[in-house]
Design a binder for this molecule. Structure first.
Ligand SMILES: Cc1cc2nc3c(=O)[nH]c(=O)nc-3n(C[C@H](O)[C@H](O)[C@H](O)COP(=O)(O)OP(=O)(O)OC[C@H]3O[C@@H](n4cnc5c(N)ncnc54)[C@H](O)[C@@H]3O)c2cc1C
Length: 435
């Protein structure tokens, strides 16, 4: 079969690897000049690092198996994570259930309630029972107003902006599942980060696809999927020199977000209605190389509504900084609506806005600490999955013969992630083999 794959992110690369391995003629078209999509990396000094912070959980079986299959298991390194929350002018350690018990920010009774809530959600197998309620409604009914305002509202608002009341409860349920399962017998969270970054996996997949006679065309954007008699016929492509071509294919797999897919092909109205129910947030991610450490934690969530960012992920508090020439690398992350004015700001403008808030976290912080910076804006970074999504979720195999879609909004009830992108690639491969 001649197969076109739209997108060289982890989902597209995984599907292409599987399908080329079993003899299909695979071509990937990627609009950007690099592979890896949201998990792609950049160089800082001599090191590759993700444009947006990435780690894996113990439960990420699909991607861990892919590493194994590619003979790369030795690259998977596991580290003890450390988590804290900034609230009411202070950094509060929230790494373990014991830390939660000591969290004097909220009354003792509420701390016990939080631990019991996590346990209850962890033990809940049938997430469909909580599918018809938003995380906002469920959580605000379970804890006191103060606990909700301090812990959950900033979390939901920070991640989902103006859509924070819309996200379905399965999102929160899935977070608890992965985070609790990633704890060892001492309740210590253990996270995985591959030696040499995710770039090694991405390069290996590219190499394997080419070895299996597959092609990857960078800076080639698919602009239209053309059908005939309800079957895929060809795709229109435009390259970076604006030259256009039309190529015939038996199968097209799109890994592009719904808003993009919607422009590529006129799908059935029911499918369009479902696609339109999913909104996306963009991410603004700043990477700073510092000559000092900002905090002692890997993951610092900001639980204050007036902060201009959502969290600080200090990469070198997870991975030893000796691996990065003894420098401290941290990400400042922010999810914003697609029309948010922060998306228009330059690095200089944003760092000026961020600096007073970085000083609140560590009053010694000074812009002189910054040795290097990188700055990324990521579109379609986080889909917002509404309530009762299982009833409207679009199948991976669409009703047009030969057309498949596997994107971050088709992962459910789990939240999107590289593991589920690999899983999408695997599932689409199996559907193609079956048909
Ligand atoms: C801030 C942030 C932090 C994250 N942290 C983690 C983490 O810790 N752990 C984890 O596992 N995951 C994490 N993720 C999620 C993870 O990166 C994604 O879920 C995964 O990489 C998505 O892969 P994908 O292939 O489905 O989509 P994408 O990576 O979005 O790939 C789709 C590709 O399609 C291309 N494309 C789109 N339209 C066209 C077109 N018309 N023609 C040609 N090409 C096109 C795009 O350029 C893109 O490269 C994070 C994501 C973000 C944004």
């Amino acid at each position: 079969m001649k197969i076109c794959i739209i997108g060289a992110g982890i989902a597209g690369l995984s599907a292409a690897y599987n399908l080329s391995k079993i003899g299909h003629e695979v071509s990937i078209y990627e609009s950007s000049p690099f592979a890896g999509g949201q998990a792609s990396t950049i160089k800082i000094d001599d090191f590759e690092i993700e444009k947006a912070y990435h780690h894996l959980f113990v439960t990420d079986k699909a991607i861990l198996n892919l590493y194994k299959e590619l003979g790369m298991s030795k690259d998977l390194k596991w580290y003890k994570s450390s988590v804290a929350t900034y609230s009411e002018g202070k950094v509060w350690k929230t790494t373990s259930p014991f830390d939660l018990l000591m969290l004097s920010l909220i009354p003792f009774k509420e701390r016990i309630k939080l631990i019991l809530l996590s346990l209850r959600l962890k033990l809940l197998r049938n997430w469909k029972k909580i599918e018809n309620i938003t995380a906002y409604d469920w959580l605000s009914n379970k804890v006191s107003k103060r606990t909700f305002e301090i812990i959950f509202r900033p979390l939901l608002y920070g991640k989902f902006g103006e859509f924070y009341k819309n996200i379905g409860m399965p999102w929160f349920w899935a977070k608890i599942q992965t985070r609790v399962s990633s704890r060892n017998y001492k309740f210590q969270e253990i996270l995985c980060y591959p030696n040499g970054s995710f770039s090694k996996l991405i390069s290996k997949l590219e190499k394997e696809i080419k070895k299996n006679n597959g092609n990857i065309h960078f800076e080639h954007k698919v602009t239209k999927i053309i059908t005939k008699d309800n079957s895929v016929e060809s795709v229109d492509i435009i390259d970076n020199k604006s030259s256009k071509k039309n190529v015939k294919y038996d199968i097209v797999i799109s890994t592009a977000p719904y808003q993009v897919l919607d422009k590529l092909i006129d799908l059935d109205q029911n499918i369009k209605n479902s696609m339109n129910k999913v909104e996306y947030m963009s991410a603004i991610v700043m990477i700073l190389t510092l000559n000092n450490s900002l905090s002692e934690y890997y993951w610092l969530s900001i639980a204050e509504n007036n902060f201009p960012f959502l969290g600080i992920i200090e990469h070198t508090n997870l991975i030893p900084k000796e691996k990065y020439a003894d420098n401290n690398i941290l990400y400042i992350t922010n999810y914003v609506e697609n029309d948010n004015k922060l998306l228009k700001y330059s690095y200089e403008e944003l760092i000026d806005i961020y600096t007073p808030y970085l000083k609140k976290i560590n009053n010694k912080f000074d812009k002189d600490w910054i040795l290097e910076h990188k700055f990324n804006k990521i579109n379609y970074a986080q889909p917002i999955i509404p309530v009762n999504y299982s009833k409207i979720k679009i199948p991976l195999k669409l009703s047009i013969n030969g057309l498949y879609s596997g994107n971050t909004a088709q992962i459910y009830p789990e939240d999107r992630g590289t593991n589920y992108a690999v899983d999408l690639g695997n599932k689409i491969t199996n559907l193609i083999i079956k048909s």
